[in-house]
Write a protein that binds this ligand. Sequence first.
Ligand code: ADP
Length: 421
Amino acid sequence: MLLGCIADDFTGATDLANNLVRSGMRTLQTIGVPAAPLAADVDAVVVALKSRTIAAADAVAQSLAALAWLKRAGCRQFYFKYCSTFDSTPQGNIGPVAEALMDALGARIAIACPAFPTNARTIYMGNLFVGELPLSESGMRDHPLTPMTDANLVRVLQAQSRARVGLVPWTAVAAGEPAIRARLAALEAGGVRLAVVDAISDADLHAIAAACADHPLITAGSGVAIGLPENFRRAGLLSPRADAAELPRVPGLAAVISGSCSQATNGQVAHWIESGRPAIRIDPIEIARGTDVAAAALLQAGSVLAFAPVLFYATATPEDVKSAQAKLGVAEAGALVEQALAAIAQGLIARGVTRLVVAGGETAGAVVQALGVAALKIGPQIDPGVPWTATQGAHPILLALKSGNFGSRDFFVKSLALLET
Ligand code: ADP
């Protein structure tokens, strides 16, 4: 085991794991800190926490528990993954978690680099840009939990850290690995422990990763990870392999569950229905009336499922969602739908489904919990940020967990077709 990662949310963990797999590392994603040691033969593990917006002390405790588990698993280098928009508040949790992990690892300096140029997140002179806009002028300024009102990451990180924060400016990054190393050494000599690093291209990310080859801890978005497998290959620790994304072949049936009401998912559901594929709608009002909607839907799917994948969807237009929420309450409507879809997932697995596409972040969380999934081996990418995954154990299930706005219009069809090849 080479790389041990701690991610502060679930879809962020998948994003990172996906990047590692695409760069040739066999990667497992765990849901929370596993209770037992690892059974799988992989090169990297990403522990997915839900620590982005909890109290800083709790985030630190959970991250240290994850670190202890990853250390016991034998990891050589550690990675703290946060959002590419540096989602945090003046209380944390990026600074406090980074410092706690550094202390536990005896790291003298660590980089802080959320840049992900492929997704238009770039950093120049310490300022984070989302597309053409400074972070503080992007939609993130109005985020309900982590509003980002300052684009200057040195200031943002300093406000939540005890340690001194410095900058590796793009002029050093563009000059390449030796210049980055030199700048980091100078910062360290000057008492800086956390160094925000500029990056505007994938070439920058590769140079930064190379310069951090011997850092015990890297703190970053998912971008810097694209350069890490090369470090391990150069050190002779990772052999070039074409099978990093390999998943077991599992015979069985396929289905799609959609609880996301985002624009992209509405398009994907429409695409499925328009192409004449079987689909069953789940109505929150019907659930609230006390009908066992999950059982009814599974009965309705009945024998069709044996011949074709069936879509179960609560996905609705913004007007329909508002109308259901007005009648039932926002949280109540969400919870009722999540419970019904999770029960459908359990019923589908019991009926022989082994390939399941799930749309919606919260929905995916509910399904994964209902199925008792502890860890997922990351497989081939379907669309940017969304890979196929496989549960561990003697009878693996293949899961594609798509957060709301990800994926092309034909995502559901494309996902299932990818497994046929
Ligand atoms: P996304 O990733 O698009 O945000 P989520 O699954 O995270 O999707 O969130 C969607 C939420 O909306 C879930 O809590 C889900 O149960 C709820 N929901 C789904 N369909 C409906 C509906 N028709 N009416 C009201 N709420 C719904």
